[in-house]
Design a protein around this ligand. Structure first.
Ligand code: 5AD
Ligand code: FES
Length: 362
């Protein structure tokens, strides 16, 4: 009988060899024990708390043309919208009344929102809600722009790296985009002082186990505070219309792996996960996720922010979404909390064994 136990090794050592990663990623043999170990780890650090983030998708205009994304510039069938500063603020008002203490402002890369306008929006939210975290997810910008938003009051930034393999990155994006610039953005954001989130899609076209290993290794180097992953989901308005969506089981396996690799990370059970399976988000929580991001965008624009097909929660008012999620979280065995929900200890301080003992000043 083999003594190969990658879950135990991962839990103890917070790392695996390439060969072990490959075996673990490509087999469902350890899924149950991975999820159990990940759930233990999240309970040890975050208890049964699940943090709620109010998501405001304020523009679906995008100058980019990512091959997987439904709101890509080249999708002539996308019906475009933008929210004004006042509309964004009234989403925050509604969210605050519902108990949200983090607002996530997300959009395509839309030049209509200049740095001056974005800073005005961020400052207005900061002034009105001094006790809330402001998370931005606006794509790739110049370092000075990131700094200006930070100085205006933003605390966190989400920018998935999408894939850490250069050849794979080029298969997913046109030549105008580069992995190098994406990484530059992530490191700039960290240096400026943001809590940074990165991540990738699971099962995106041309993704291999080796790509996923590179994703894990890149995240180990970046040490993000937040890690968002979700299945790739086909959209017919993209060049990838013929590719199948990513799988539930591989996404859950990776959530558990991420929890064991980054015990302190804030990991969402994403809307994409809830889209490919009716219980996807609950399963995500049970596999180690500890964040959910209900939608606060006005219902009239919800369907238009369609990165992928059949996105859930597009018909419900914010209050309904929040109630529904609270019940789902409780049914899964956790507790929705309205705290700001900062990362407990910055992941950057957590080095792989054995260095972590020498440098653990938390
Ligand atoms: N399926 C799943 N996720 C997608 N995203 C973009 N398009 C898709 C898709 N077709 C993800 C990307 C992006 C995030 C906002 O949404 O990872 O960073
Ligand atoms: Fe807009 Fe990819 S097409 S972020």
């Amino acid at each position: 009988m083999s003594s190969f136990d990658p879950v135990r090794e991962l839990d103890m050592r917070r790392d695996l060899s390439d060969a072990s990663w490959k075996v673990l990623l490509q087999s469902d043999e350890w899924d149950a024990s991975l999820a159990a170990a990940a759930d233990d780890k999240r309970r040890e650090i975050y208890g049964d708390e699940v943090y709620l983030r109010g998501l405001i998708e304020f523009s679906n205009y995008c100058k980019n043309n990512c091959y997987y994304c439904g709101i890509r510039a080249g999708n002539q069938n996308a019906v475009r919208y933008r929210l004004s500063k006042e509309e964004i603020l009234s989403c925050c008002d509604e969210g605050y009344a519902l108990g949200f203490r983090t607002f996530v402002l997300q959009s395509g890369e839309d030049p209509f929102y200049t740095d001056v306008l974005l800073c005005e929006i961020v400052s207005a939210i900061r002034a009105r809600f001094p006790d809330c975290a402001i998370t931005l997810s606006l794509g790739e910008k110049a370092r000075e722009s990131y700094k200006a938003y930070f100085d205006a009051g933003a605390n966190r930034y989400l920018l998935r790296h999408e894939t850490a393999n250069d050849a794979h990155y080029r298969k997913l994006h046109p030549d105008s985009m580069s992995l190098q610039n994406r990484k530059r953005c992530l490191y700039d954001l960290k240096e400026i002082g943001y809590q940074v989130g990165s991540g990738f899609m699971v099962g995106s076209p041309y993704q291999t186990a080796d790509c996923l290993i590179e994703d894990l290794r890149f995240l180990q180097a970046l040490k993000p505070d937040m890690i968002g992953i979700g299945p790739y989901i086909t959209h017919k308005g993209t060049p990838f219309a013929a590719f199948p969506s990513g799988s539930l089981s591989l996404t859950l396996r990776l959530i558990s792996i991420l929890r064991l690799l980054f015990p302190y990370a804030l990991i969402p059970a994403t809307t994409a996960l809830g889209t490919i399976h009716p219980q996807g988000r609950e399963l995500g929580l049970k596999a180690g996720a500890n964040v959910v991001m209900p939608n606060l965008s006005p219902v009239r624009v919800r369907k238009l922010y369609d990165l992928y097909e059949n996105k859930i929660c597009t018909g419900e008012e914010a209050a309904e979404c929040r109630g529904c999620l609270e019940r789902r979280i409780a049914a899964a065995g956790y507790r929705a909390v309205t705290a700001v929900g900062d990362v407990k200890f910055p992941a950057a301080r957590l080095l792989p064994f054995p260095e972590r003992n020498a440098d653990r000043r938390i």
